[in-house]
Write a protein that binds this ligand. Structure first.
Ligand SMILES: [Zn+2]
Length: 276
């Protein structure tokens, strides 16, 4: 599985792009940024968008992507897959012919550029060459994380979430888990780590079992990739590779982009095999 970080920020600024991840060149996980990170040719082969929720920093790039697909006569439509309330929000508040054209009717209703697919929670669906399960998480609007895998490797993407048991329980069932991409504007219970003044204080907090994600074994056998740049959340994981991972995502926010090959490194394979 190849994951390209198109953006890993919760907003837009110079060399900072909102959250979006491109899997195997054709499947978006969230679409905060698309055209700002990809060439026209790269955009035209995108066939699916898994959307966690309707906040702009996760969907803004979809607007311009759909326009590009329409104007360039993309060979295949874009299928947007989300939980039912998220699909409804996109249809009624974004692609509603007021804020942006309703591309589910364009260029013709019979051959539209956008199709919608409603996902039931905790149900696995084929999406392109992957399998995808949406898991509802806690946010200010309806939102899901995604469990995504192929025959050899899998990832967990949190969407925007406060503390969630459901996602970690679902993740723990994925035997080929290679990586976790987690939004980390801090949950309140981790404020102590976020605000710790010294490394000594952080070290002490890290040892508190109540601040760990127990369902995943405290990160000893997977790598966490942190979205939204909550650096201190790295302290959740006693994983020697975490520092490299956060640097990768920060780089992903720049104009150069960054490609991350999840299943092609020995260390990920080794980490996963150590779980069983
Ligand atoms: Zn949000």
């Amino acid at each position: 599985m190849k994951i390209r970080v198109l953006g890993a920020y919760g907003a837009e600024g110079l060399a900072q792009r909102p959250s979006a991840f491109l899997v195997n060149d054709t499947i978006l996980i969230d679409g905060g940024t698309v055209g700002g990170a990809l060439s026209r040719t790269e955009q035209l082969v995108i066939e699916h968008a898994l959307i966690s929720h309707s906040h702009l920093d996760h969907i803004a790039g979809l607007a311009f992507l759909t326009e590009t697909l329409a104007l360039c006569e993309a060979p295949k439509p874009l299928t947007i897959s989300s939980l039912e309330p998220v699909v409804k929000a996109l249809r009624t508040t974004v692609f509603n012919d007021a804020l942006w054209p309703d591309f589910s009717l364009l260029p013709t209703p019979g051959k539209p550029i956008v199709k919608y697919r409603t996902l039931l929670e905790e149900t696995e669906y084929p999406v392109g060459d992957l399998w995808v399960t949406a898991v509802g998480v806690n946010h200010t609007v309806p939102c899901s994380g995604f469990i995504v895998h192929d025959s050899t490797s899998g990832i967990v993407y949190s969407g925007d979430t406060g503390p969630t048991d459901a996602l970690w329980k679902a993740a723990a069932r994925l035997k080929t888990l290679r990586a976790v991409i987690i939004e980390c504007a801090f949950p309140n219970r981790l404020a102590g780590i976020a605000n710790a003044k010294s490394e000594e204080d952080r070290k002490e907090l890290r040892q508190r079992p109540d601040l760990r994600m127990d369902a995943l074994g405290s990160g000893t056998d997977y790598t966490a990739f942190v979205d939204h740049l909550g650096i201190a959340s790295l302290n959740l994981f006693d994983n020697p590779h975490s520092t490299a991972s956060i640097l990768a995502l920060r780089e992903g926010g720049t104009s150069t982009g960054f490609e991350l090959f999840v299943s092609s490194t020995e260390r990920f394979e080794a980490r996963v095999s150590s779980r069983s």
